[in-house]
Ligand binder design. Sequence first.
Ligand SMILES: [Zn+2]
Length: 302
Amino acid sequence: MNINRIDLADAASPERLVLEILKHEPTLAIPIPIKELCLRLDILEIVPLTTDGYEGGLLTSSDKFNGTILFNEASPRPRRRFTIAHELGHFLMPSHLPSSDGRFLCKLQDMMALKGGETDKRLKMEVEANRFASQILMPPPKFRVDAAASKDPELGHLCSIAKKYDVSREAAGRAYVRFRDEPVALVVTQNGKVLRDYRDPLKFPNLSAARGRMVSDHSLLRRRKHEMGVPSAIDETDAGVWTTVERGRKPAPLYEQVLLQRDGFALIMLSRDAVSGDDEEADDEAEMTSAERLKRRLHSDR
Ligand SMILES: [Zn+2]
């Protein structure tokens, strides 16, 4: 690796930082060697945290001459990698300044902040550090190609991508829903309750199931038994189960797939067909029963 901190001197946003890093290191391997990258960029050491209740930290001076990254040793490796990338983001973002004692300390909750911060400076820094971490670990030019590699959005595909990039399924899912052409949403549940959901708001409508609420009995999650660790078959679920459907309007078919995980967790992938712009085909589909549409979707060789 040849990259140097000087190469990033003009970069002031997470996107620009990642762009410059990829420009100077076009052959970076996947999974991204994040520790090695940190050490090239004036991080002196990466060591386990000793403060309880935090997922990561950064020790540096206000001039950010160099820094030390701290991570929670008890977390699984993909999460530790995300934490280290997040702290590198704080270190490299010129507008991110440490507290008066020269520290950033970040909680697990901070690592999940994806929006907001217009009026909250600290939250804004967390959101930006997460954008940096996501993009450096899943460089968009490569991730876009991998995300498009399966015919339909599919949880097994998402799992293999997460493995390839050595990131958590949830982190991969956040990027996946943005890069797939079709409207896709990923819902994280525990014991049947919605914890979090990720979708591209321009492509996928609001979910009607609020966070903390029980998922509907009519969802695939609850109407069938699922095998732990094995993605279910993709099935069609009435769109009204997950989204608000206007009266008298026939919603586009909604597909649901479930992956049961440990400790009562489940990942649910919701998807719709990409808008084809081909009216004839759309009319054609409208004439079909939902079972026919599903069959066509699962068996067509597009
Ligand atoms: Zn942070």
